[in-house]
Ligand binder design. Structure first.
Ligand SMILES: [Zn+2]
Length: 370
């Protein structure tokens, strides 16, 4: 399994290089247990991989849903090369070791051990590792869109790093760009132009008073809004004709994204009514829905007893979980690795956690599918 994880890290599935090489590593690993898998590729190097292990079909199946992509190594220096997959101090270092190739290696290994042991399954196992989770969830959307061949599912397990906590909820994310347009003029005669930065200032003033009234949620706390980027103006002597801000909303279950988009549009309409020269537009850059799985459903209760915990919790990051939830089965995030290491330099995973992950996934499969 260590070797599988090392090959996955070395496959370097950043947004620049794509996921195909990592998908091929997984396909080869399943192949060593005589399992077939299907790689779905597009745009040269983008890829999802799906393996469907069929059973007698007497029970509902289990879906393991992973993502193949990783974020880049970042600007900070690494002690160990980001894609070297070096082993030291009982750990494997490298981008993706925790988020989430450690979880993939543990999941693939657990499935292979079940197959190698000849255990007869009463429900199907579907394993998917998809593209683009860190950017636009293109792989998960593609998988869910073409899901016709899926059996009824007892539940979905997402092997993202939770340090073996059972996670049933995360906040959603809504990234919005607001752009104001003005009219350029020489800055010695600003009255001949319309200053797009001044227009943006009016929006920022309005946002100062914007309140998120939803929440608090029992696991997730409150929603939030933060203006995180701004750009505008080209030269010291030109009245700027364009200004842009980026807003990051973190949302709670039940908080409709459309409502916040509507709120922003109303702010712009009000400013336009006050001043006909004001021009502003709202565009959605990215959105991930919140995830909330019923903690009292049978799937979660059974998972709790298999992994030996009584409580479920939430994580601060988002996942592709809401896309898989649209298949109609409960979704739980559960996997090896510390969430605090995600996207950091010197990301690593403890080798003993990988083994623990395999054991947990094997027990989950045996509990639900035999
Ligand atoms: Zn992840």
């Amino acid at each position: 399994m260590k070797e599988l994880l090392r090959e996955l890290i070395q496959a370097e599935s950043t947004p620049e290089k794509g996921e195909l090489a990592a998908a091929e590593v997984i396909s080869a690993a399943f192949g060593r247990s005589g399992m077939e898998s299907h790689i779905d590729t597009w745009e040269r190097n983008r890829a999802n991989i799906v393996a469907h292990l069929r059973s007698t079909g007497r029970k509902a199946g289990l879906l393991f849903a992973c993502h193949l992509d990783v974020v880049g190594p970042g600007e900070a220096a690494w002690t160990y090369p980001a894609f070297g997959a070096e082993q030291a101090d009982g750990r494997i270092y490298g981008r993706g070791s925790t988020d989430m190739k450690g979880g993939i290696a543990a999941g693939v290994t657990a499935i292979r051990r079940i197959v190698d042991s000849g255990t007869e399954l009463q429900g199907d196992i579907i394993f998917v590792a998809s593209a683009g989770e860190e950017t636009d969830s293109c792989g998960a959307r593609r998988f869910v869109r073409d899901h016709a061949g899926l059996p009824e599912l007892a539940g979905v397990v997402i092997p993202e790093p939770t340090d073996f906590a059972l996670v049933t909820a995360h906040r959603g994310m809504l990234w919005i760009e607001v752009t104001t347009t003005g009219k350029a003029a020489h800055s010695s005669t600003p009255h001949l132009g319309v200053n797009a930065i001044a227009s943006m200032r009016r929006i920022l003033d309005e946002l100062d008073h914007y309140e998120i009234t939803d929440g608090p949620h029992e696991l997730l706390g409150n929603g939030s809004m933060s203006v995180n980027t701004i750009e505008g103006g080209k030269a010291m002597n030109v009245v700027p004709d364009k200004c842009r801000i980026g807003i990051d909303f973190r949302t709670l279950p039940g908080q409709d994204h459309q409502r916040m988009i509507g709120d922003l549009e109303r702010i712009l309409a009000k400013l336009k009514a006050d001043n006909p020269e004001f021009e502003g537009v709202v565009s959605v850059i990215r959105e991930v829905r919140p995830l909330e799985t019923d903690r009292r459903c049978d799937f979660v209760k059974a998972l709790c007893s298999v992994v030996g915990t009584e409580q479920t919790t939430a994580v601060g990051y988002t996942t592709d979980g809401p896309y898989f939830a649209s298949l109609g089965a409960p979704v739980v995030i559960f996997g090896p690795g510390k969430p605090s290491l995600c996207h950091k330099p010197d990301e690593y995973i403890d080798i003993c956690d990988l083994e623990k992950g395999v054991e947990h996934y094997r027990s989950i499969i045996l509990e639900f599918l035999t």
